[in-house]
Design a protein around this ligand. Structure first.
Ligand SMILES: Cc1cc2nc3c(=O)[nH]c(=O)nc-3n(C[C@H](O)[C@H](O)[C@H](O)COP(=O)(O)OP(=O)(O)OC[C@H]3O[C@@H](n4cnc5c(N)ncnc54)[C@H](O)[C@@H]3O)c2cc1C
Ligand SMILES: *[C@@H]1O[C@H](CO)[C@@H](O)[C@H](O)[C@H]1NC(C)=O
Length: 424
């Protein structure tokens, strides 16, 4: 027998939108809560930045998106589509294989319209509380705040059977510990608050990080900055000037910073810098969620979660979408959504609670054996295993081989040509 449930989806970004389609496909009744007045989440460019550029002040106004003006996708568009609704053959003014961010937003808006998802969204409704009603695992109260004219807000609540959390995880800065930073006189900023290169005119900038943001932002600002020095802690880093730029260097991690503005690197090199830009990733946070400690966050490990999705204790009624990183994000989220939807409808069964708990424990032990730091719990390192596992669970076809091939090829090209891989 197919079961139908009333499900709250929190957030109308990539994850919330595809979750809604898949839940509806299974017949579930869906409400999406979205705090802003637009769908698309990260892909809604916002020129504003937060006043506290490292995100330390808990009372700051939070700007959701971390997208910068020049951002182009780091995957080809064919890897950023949902099944049944091709992106490669749809255009919103930027037909390039690796389009600018506006193109992705155009696609998401069209997707939501095509599948009747836009109507399910309660806009300007920020969820401020999600918790169980009494001891039942299948009753959840969702409380949200509605913006009204003249800054007044109104609170409302409603009970759901299941909650799917899709609030995104690229908004709250994770800042690197830099030795001596208390006395270092320059300015610091996290990539979350980077939009355009202009403020970096004539500056000497140290960019910390080795991910796509560090690669792209360093190349964006070196057009106007005096010098840009990228600092990476990855062990194979050698001090070198980066081609084809005259003012861009690669260094190892930072050894020390000093009162006179010096930034000294482990490789012995040093510079007099005026700005440090942290491209060091983000923190998972669910400020509205109260599970009485059943799900917690420890050094960016959200857990315990079975396969990054279900709390064994609260499954299948509480689930998390989109936590894994370094993968084919859109496909991964679609597979997770199908799995959640079919588990809720009873078509697919989860293992018993103790088996799920054991699986999570084994995964953590495996990480310890591999000496992988806890904060990388949700990093998939582009492994395809998880995607295939999800497809099998959900009883659907895996990501096509030709797409996996394109993925491998795009990663290879990116690695070999960080400045030009998008236009090769
Ligand atoms: C700089 C950058 C570049 C990236 N580039 C790519 C790329 O090229 N290709 C790719 O595939 N992936 C890329 N990613 C990964 C990106 O995170 C995913 O593509 C995708 O946007 C994740 O979607 P999401 O729905 O999980 O989160 P988001 O897009 O962040 O959506 C979350 C939504 O939840 C809403 N929300 C949050 N809290 C609440 C609340 N309390 N109540 C109600 N609503 C709430 C937010 O307003 C938002 O609309 C990039 C990430 C970053 C940071
Ligand atoms: C990198 O890409 C650019 C632009 O696509 C291209 O002109 C350049 O030759 C490439 N460099 C290398 C080393 O392959």
């Amino acid at each position: 027998m197919v079961e139908i449930h009333k499900v709250a989806v929190i957030g109308a970004g990539v994850a919330g939108l595809i979750a809604a389609r898949e839940l509806q496909n299974e017949g579930h009744q869906v409400v999406i809560f979205e705090k802003s007045d637009k769908l698309g989440g990260l892909w809604v460019y916002d020129p504003r930045v937060e006043p506290d550029e490292l995100g330390y002040d808990p009372t700051r106004e939070i700007i959701h998106s971390s997208v910068y003006k020049s951002l182009r996708t780091n995957l080809p568009r064919v890897l950023m589509e949902f099944s049944g609704f091709g992106f490669a053959d749809r255009q919103y003014g930027d037909p390039r294989t690796y389009p600018g961010h506006q193109e992705v937003l155009g696609y998401l808006n069209d997707f939501a319209a095509r599948y009747g998802i836009t109507e399910l969204i309660r806009f300007e409704s920020e969820v401020i509380r999600v918790e169980r009603v009494g001891d039942r695992v299948d009753r959840w109260v969702v409380e949200w705040q509605i913006k009204e004219e003249g800054k007044r807000t109104k609170l409302e609540e409603e009970v759901f059977e299941a909650v799917v959390i899709c609030n995104g995880h690229c908004t709250v800065p994770r800042v690197a510990d830099v030795p001596g930073i208390e006395k270092w006189p320059g300015k610091q900023i996290h990539s979350h608050n980077y939009r355009v290169p202009d403020p970096f005119h004539n500056q000497v900038v140290v960019v910390i990080g080795n991910g796509p943001s560090a690669h792209d932002i360093s190349r964006d600002i070196c057009k106007v900055a005096k010098e840009v020095h990228v600092s990476s802690r990855s062990p194979d880093t050698v001090f070198s000037k980066l081609d084809p730029y005259h003012n861009l260097w690669q260094h190892s991690s930072i050894h020390d910073t000093r009162e006179d503005g010096t930034v000294e690197f482990e490789d012995g090199s040093s510079v007099q810098a005026t700005i440090i830009m942290h491209c060091t990733g983000y923190k998972y946070e669910f400020p509205f969620l109260n599970t009485n400690g059943i799900v917690s966050i420890d050094d960016n490990r959200v857990g315990p979660l079975y396969k990054h999705v279900f709390s064994p204790e609260l499954a299948p009624w509480l689930s998390f979408l989109s936590l894994p990183q370094k993968t084919i994000v859109f496909h991964m989220i679609e597979l997770q959504s199908k799995w959640i939807s079919r588990v809720l409808s009873g078509k697919v069964r989860l293992p018993p609670k103790d088996k799920m708990i054991k699986d999570v424990q084994e995964f953590y032990e495996q990480m310890t054996l591999l000496k992988r730091p806890k904060h990388l719990t949700h990093f998939l390192f582009y492994s395809e295993e998880y995607l295939d596992w999800l497809a099998e669970q959900a009883g659907i076809s895996p990501v096509e081989d030709w797409k996996k091939e394109i993925h491998r090829e795009s990663l290879k090209r990116r690695e070999n040509n960080l400045s030009g891989f998008r236009d090769e």
